[in-house]
Design a protein around this ligand. Sequence first.
Ligand code: HPA
Ligand code: MG
Length: 219
Amino acid sequence: MQPEQWIDVTPEKFNYSLDHFVIPRHYENDLQSILIPNGLIMDRIEKLSRMIVDETEGPLVVCCVLKGGHQFFADLVSFMKKCVTKSGHNVPLSLEFIKVKSYENDQSTGDVKISMTDAELEDLAGKNLLIVEDIIDTGNTMVRLLKRLQTFKPASVRVASLLLKKTHLSCGYVPDYVGFAIPDSFVVGYALDYNEYFRDLDHICVINETGKNKYAVTK
Ligand code: HPA
Ligand code: MG
């Protein structure tokens, strides 16, 4: 997928007021704007599923990166099940779920902790993987995850990320499939959280200062 095929979410084109769509009452005061309404997210995922299936031949192991990736994963898999390859068949899918944590105090080794057991990871050898992530921000965690997965010798690894943040902190990593390229703001909703809140919001929204303060973690 080429960058021209990403949807570029610029403030001029994407500027929905909170009054334009339905927001849960408990988040009404905590958001600045709606960046990507749920209907548009769904239409975009349908297109991504077609692009992925068009470039897939054999069975695929679809790996959900938890927790933020769960909604994108669920909707992507459900569209992929309805897609057929050029030869007219559905792609056999198996599903995996991983939690990934970067080692914060040892960035230079580029290591990550993965919740899958070694036996589960060894099972990936020779398989075609599709990693499903909600957002690529700096890209550091994904780069480390891919490096770790490569040691288990999968046949191929592709990454689909619903969002790619346009940030100067990016390490330069670009996923194979991108739904939307978004501005450098903190976004929530559609399973993306702020301290575990806002996962129950259907639209992707920009949080405001009230929301940040209300749901801040106090130590
Ligand atoms: N929102 C939620 N989670 C995130 C973000 C974001 O903007 N960037 C990286 N993780
Ligand atoms: Mg994520």
